[in-house]
Design a protein around this ligand. Structure first.
Ligand code: SIN
Length: 286
């Protein structure tokens, strides 16, 4: 796929598979052309680390909404005065899991999961607290033709069970009490999807994928486990190193990601919002 040229900022790819850093653009002052180029870069690299931004919740909200409408977030309690901005604070003395630990896709069990997640670093550890990403496009492209053909028409069932229970034990996550109803959700998405703009195919995997339509869990799980393990091969990953003022945007449904829990004794504070796109749709076999 031909990578476009970007004239509004400097862009440095992070790895051969995915991810790019962007320098030299203040999104608070961006015109429509810059926003369009950031979206184009995101569509091609799937993870962006846009350096040297300066947001408070209000300007973060304003910039986010230029990329598209809010998806809703049935899990986390937003900041006062906002429906679309959440703050995740990990205090230096906190122990146990961090928000977003273990590879996952954000809210994959929604009918229309976030197309894009935006995370802004307000306070970042001196070292540690990176985010790991795994490309579900590169993983799909790495499969054999026979395997692609085998999985082409499978429909995944993404379930909410465990989502509330897992998060609710972590009191610092501000989980909404209404999130309890998510335990009942079971949403169908094609296992092989197409990116809505580039047409590039990707797996639609998540930690909430438990079976395929028409198959038992016992039949589905070996395929799911294989794909989840396969998608984590190092050549399909990149690691985003945060700095204060870094804005990350990622193409949520084309990736798995994980917050790395390796900074005990340090504080980490991020703002998060999500952007709706078109619902995941299947792609025919290449
Ligand atoms: C998330 O999974 O949304 C959070 C990722 C992070 O904090 O690095």
């Amino acid at each position: 796929m031909k990578i476009p040229e970007f004239t509004s900022f400097e862009l440095l790819p992070l790895t051969g598979s995915l991810g790019a850093e962007i320098f030299g653009s203040d999104l608070n002052a961006a015109n429509d052309e810059v926003i369009a180029q950031v979206q184009l870069a995101l569509d091609h690299y799937h993870v962006l680390a846009i350096r040297d931004q300066s947001f408070d919740p209000c300007s973060f909200h304003k910039v986010a909404r230029r990329f598209g409408p809010f998806t809703g977030n049935p899990i986390h309690t937003p900041l006062d005065g906002f429906d679309d901005v959440v703050r995740f604070t990990r205090e230096a003395e906190d122990r146990g899991k961090v928000v977003g630990e273990d590879l996952h896709m954000d809210m994959a069990w929604m009918e229309n999961p976030p197309a894009v997640t935006m995370l802004y670093g307000e306070e970042i550890p001196q070292v540690g607290g990176d985010t790991l990403f795994s490309s579900l496009s590169a993983a799909y492209e790495g499969l054999s033709d026979a395997m692609r053909e085998l999985i082409q028409d499978l429909i995944g069932v993404h379930e909410g069970k465990g989502v509330y229970a897992v998060n609710a034990v972590h009191k610092t996550l501000n989980v909404k009490s209404s999130a309890q109803s998510l335990e009942e959700i079971a949403t169908h998405h094609p296992l092989v999807c197409c990116h809505p703009t580039t047409g590039r195919r990707h797996l639609f995997l998540s930690s909430a994928l438990h079976r395929f339509v028409g198959m038992t869990e016992a039949e589905s799980l070996p395929i799911i486990r294989f794909l989840q393990t396969y998608a984590q091969r190092v050549e399909y990953t990149c690691r985003l190193r945060w700095a204060p003022g870094t804005l990350s945007m990622w193409s949520n449904t084309c990736l798995l990601h994980s917050a790395i829990n390796d900074y005990p004794g340090q504080r980490r504070v991020v703002l998060r919002t999500t952007i709706a796109g078109s619902p995941p749709t299947g792609g025919s076999y290449l």
